[in-house]
Design a protein around this ligand. Structure first.
Ligand code: GTP
Ligand code: MG
Length: 170
């Protein structure tokens, strides 16, 4: 049989970018139009098999509202992986995502695999952040990058698979 491992994964990013929706899509393959804003953080776990190895993700879905910022280190400390989400229709959320990446680089664990997720990719007519700009930023900072849509299930499982692959290779 293949290897199996546990990986702590944290989602970070502005309120309303779709962190909880990404997790709900990944864990239950569901989407809620009126997803409630997270209070504190929520925990989920989901196992993913890539090739013949399995990774059990212990997922911390953090609250993006600023008043919860001081809790974040509890969740990203020791994390094997982090997903930093922004909303492609919201430039401020992309700026905030960069701040999260800086905070992870300064205070996170050195080996954390970081993925940048440009979510709400279905809202193409309201786009404010170009995929090219985000891809370049991700490349310059050694991040995985995907545009995702929790609503349409675009690139959500793919993103977790890529993270799992990176973790298995490590
Ligand atoms: P906090 O918990 O406050 O930090 O927010 P969050 O990042 O968890 O965002 P949440 O998942 O609650 O989503 C916010 C809103 O965006 C909800 O109304 C979702 O239905 C909507 N939403 C999330 N993902 C998508 C998406 O991919 N496309 C579209 N069109 N809407 C989305
Ligand atoms: Mg949430």
């Amino acid at each position: 049989g293949g290897k199996s491992s546990n990986a702590k994964l944290v989602l970070l990013g502005d309120a309303g970018t779709g962190k909880s929706s990404i997790v709900l899509r990944f864990v239950k393959n569901q989407f809620i139009d009126f997803q409630e804003s997270t209070i504190g953080a929520a925990f989920f776990s989901q196992t993913l098999t890539v090739d013949d190895a399995s990774v059990k993700f212990d997922i911390w879905d953090t609250a993006g509202q600023e008043r919860y910022h001081s809790l974040a280190p509890m969740y990203y400390r020791g994390a094997a992986a982090a997903i930093v989400a922004y909303d492609i229709t919201n430039q401020a959320s992309f700026d905030r995502a960069k701040k999260w990446v800086q905070e992870l680089q300064a205070h996170g664990s050195s080996g954390t695999v970081v993925a940048l997720a440009g979510n709400k990719a279905d809202l193409i007519d309201s786009r404010k952040v170009s995929a090219e700009e985000a891809r370049r930023y991700a490349q310059d900072n050694g991040l995985l990058f995907m545009e995702t849509s929790a609503k349409l299930a675009t690139n959500v499982s793919e993103m977790f698979s890529q993270i799992a692959k990176r973790l298995i290779e490590a």
